[in-house]
Design a protein around this ligand. Structure first.
Ligand code: ACO
Length: 400
């Protein structure tokens, strides 16, 4: 790719690139993707190695600081995060003010935005100590907010985090534990969730990360920027796809429509229906994350002894689409979210919380990008141009 910005500046040229299909908005040293070859690397490490060997927090450190942590660095990081999980007690009234039907993504973005009100003396994006502090606060508190949003939707009491547990164990307990009995940790679920979170941790300049960088470019604080990223992730064409996949599978199941008939409707673009969980802006051969997710789907369902007809429909859909000219020609393959919903559902998460799980996964990437942009002297306020297509100058109607 060519850096055309200075050329354009001197020649006065500008380009229209709707959806930024061909425009790089920044240089970045965090994540590498080769969409044709199906390669994804965080700081040079293959996603397959990270998914099979690392943990969410270790990978978070790698994304944020650029290197794998030493054992003592990781232990210190985990400990710091463990000690910042508590939310201000007043924030609980925020949850009670919302209807129990509130979508957890709206709760999440609003609560993250509200967090900044508790830390008004430490929001300066140029103060490295404050940036460190807010990095830890966000990583520690987002899963707690997410679990509270889930508990709120069920009308159940919020639990306090348990410092004897790992990050992911704690998250599962906060969601599925109750006050009356001990919560039993299932290591298969813990490993699967670690893996799913790692797979979502970064994906270079996707819509939500670009949003975080754009908001950050105005020197807005980290909470405000991440809250904006959560809202960008909400849409069904981005993070909301995992919920939309499950809704689609459930609808096919409940209606009794055959997979082949559904695929025909997709191909005919009937009512704009899409095969959710298929296609990607950059992966045009396969999404390397989807393979790893599929492995976990089989493991989790086998461990829980769950026989989910929706998994069978998903597999049938995948097979039908991969053999079909429409999908082959357009290079449409299952993306990371095609199978995640089936796993989350088996774990006990309601469909409306799926995108929240994506947000927790993506948080380290958002933070890494926000910090990279904030410390890069080349960062400028993001301000795209437009091609004006409205009316030319008009005279004000006399007598009006
Ligand atoms: N089902 C059916 N047709 C599709 C699908 C799909 N899932 N995705 C793309 N197409 C078709 C389009 O209709 C278009 O067809 P045409 O050439 O006949 O007009 C062609 O394939 C190219 O699609 P675009 O929309 O131009 O591709 P783009 O790169 O802009 O979009 C996107 C990528 C948004 C992911 C798209 O594939 C999509 O909507 N997929 C479903 C939603 C989804 O799963 N999103 C999750 C993305 S991954 C993530 O965020 C983690």
């Amino acid at each position: 790719s060519v850096d055309v910005s200075s050329l354009m500046k001197t020649t006065g040229l500008s380009a229209l690139d709707q959806g930024f299909v061909n425009t790089a908005s920044t240089k970045s040293a965090i994540t590498y993707i080769d969409g044709d070859a199906g390669i994804l690397r965080y700081r040079g490490y293959a996603i397959e190695d990270l998914a099979r060997n690392s943990t969410y927090l270790e990978t978070a450190w790698l994304l944020i600081y650029g290197e794998l942590p030493t054992q003592s660095e990781l232990a210190e990081f985990e400990d710091k995060i463990r000690r910042h999980t508590l939310l201000h007690e007043d924030l609980k009234t925020f949850f009670s003010a919302l209807p129990h039907t509130a979508h957890p993504m709206s709760v999440l973005s609003s609560a993250v935005s509200a967090l900044s009100t508790y830390y008004e003396d430490s929001l300066d994006p140029h103060n490295p100590e404050m940036v460190e502090m807010n990095t830890v606060r966000l990583l520690a508190k987002l899963p707690v907010i997410a679990a509270y949003a889930h508990k709120k939707s069920l009308g159940q009491a919020f639990l306090y985090p348990d410092n004897s547990l790992s990050f992911v164990e704690n998250f599962l307990k906060l969601n599925f534990g109750n006050m009356a009995e001990p919560y039993e940790i299932n290591p298969v679920l813990v490993n699967a969730l670690e893996r799913l979170l790692i797979l979502h941790e970064d994906h270079e300049q996707n819509a939500s990360t670009s949003t975080v960088r754009l908001v950050g470019s105005t020197e807005a604080n980290m909470f405000a920027s991440i809250s904006a990223g959560i809202n960008a992730l909400y849409g069904p064409l981005h993070g909301g796809a995992n919920e939309a996949v499950l809704t689609m599978l459930q609808q096919i199941h409940d209606s009794g429509e055959s997979v082949q008939k559904f695929v025909e409707r997709v191909k005919n673009k009937e009512d704009g229906v899409k095969l959710m969980g298929f296609g990607h802006r950059v992966y045009k051969n396969f999404d390397p994350r989807a393979k790893l997710v599929k492995e976990s789907a089989d493991e989790v369902l086998a461990d829980l002894g769950v026989k989910d007809p929706l998994l069978d429909i998903a597999k049938e859909l995948e097979e039908a689409a991969l053999a079909d000219e429409y999908f082959i020609q357009r290079k449409l393959y299952p993306n990371v979210d095609f199978y995640t919903g089936v796993i989350y559902k088996a774990m006990g998460f309601p469909a409306r919380t799926f995108t929240v799980l994506f947000a927790i996964g993506r948080l380290p990437g958002w933070i890494a990008h926000w910090r990279e942009a904030a410390t890069d002297p080349a960062t400028k306020i993001g301000r795209p141009q437009q091609l004006y297509v409205g009316p030319a100058a008009r005279a004000w109607p006399s007598g009006r």
